[in-house]
Design a protein. Sequence first.
Length: 344
Amino acid sequence: MKKSLLLGLLYGSLMSVSSSALSASMPFAIAIHGGAGTIEKSKFTPAQEQAYRDKLAQAVEAGYKVLEQGGESLDAVTAAIEVLEQSPYFNAGRGAVYTYDGSHELDASIMDGRNRQAGAVSGIKHIESPIKLARLVMEKSVHVMLSGQGAEEFAKEQGISLVENNIFDTKHRYEALLKAKEKLEASKNTNKDYQAAHKALPANYKMGTVGAVALDKQGNLAAGTSTGGMTAKRFGRIGDAPVIGAGTFAENASCAVSATGHGEYFIRYNVASDICARVKYQGKTIAQAGDEVINGVLKPIGGTGGVIIVDTKGNISLPFNTTGMYRASKSNTQATYVGIFSDE
């Protein structure tokens, strides 16, 4: 065998080993949430609490498996969120809350940190996995956000079958709707004003989302968020979950964020992109930036909720200003963590 050929084979072998070693040493991480709010341990039976923890663990492990095998952060985010969308425990997909009229309107968004490409859907009623459709909007359309009937027409063009809206029905969400409407009517009779009546609803009727953020071995970030919105919402209300910059944001130059909380505040204060901007332009850590926005900006004005954040080094932060947030995380340097309450 010629010397040049031997050298070529040796060089190729060394490069392959070097590339594999580098890939193995690159950080990768994922974090998920299933909503924040007034989540109190006393309201759970041991079996109920364990069921929530098991589902959170299942979702984060589904995403982590993608990353561990060298898959993309977008695929990890999608895989994790789809697990949560299929669970009746969380306000997204099969566990979506009811609108005032007794149906379900779903929202979702996803963002690619490599190029800030994004896709979002809002007000959809017949799509089993909103996050899957949001990703198709990002990858297969020239638009960022599609809504309602138009989004569902696009879904059919992409080969997604429509489902009956009642597949999202759950007993506990329907009971929550009835209680919310009772409170709304009682308050409305007093105030003669729907807006005032809706503001009087307890915070838990105004929030509930699922989301995921991830960093893959290639150093790319992604974020996604999916929700059923606000209990007893009317007039086609849309919250922060499908709004890029408010409920979802990702760019490789800073971090990836998915939010959960009272969406009107998260929209007005552009929460997700504000956190990343503080990291990018002020040199803050994600822990500092997240705390500043969630506890320093939102909390004083009544903005309740939380976020999950991951940066390009695989650091994870999960700040919230409520009594609890369903959450889980895992990285190549951190074992699986699952939390619900504020003291864990």
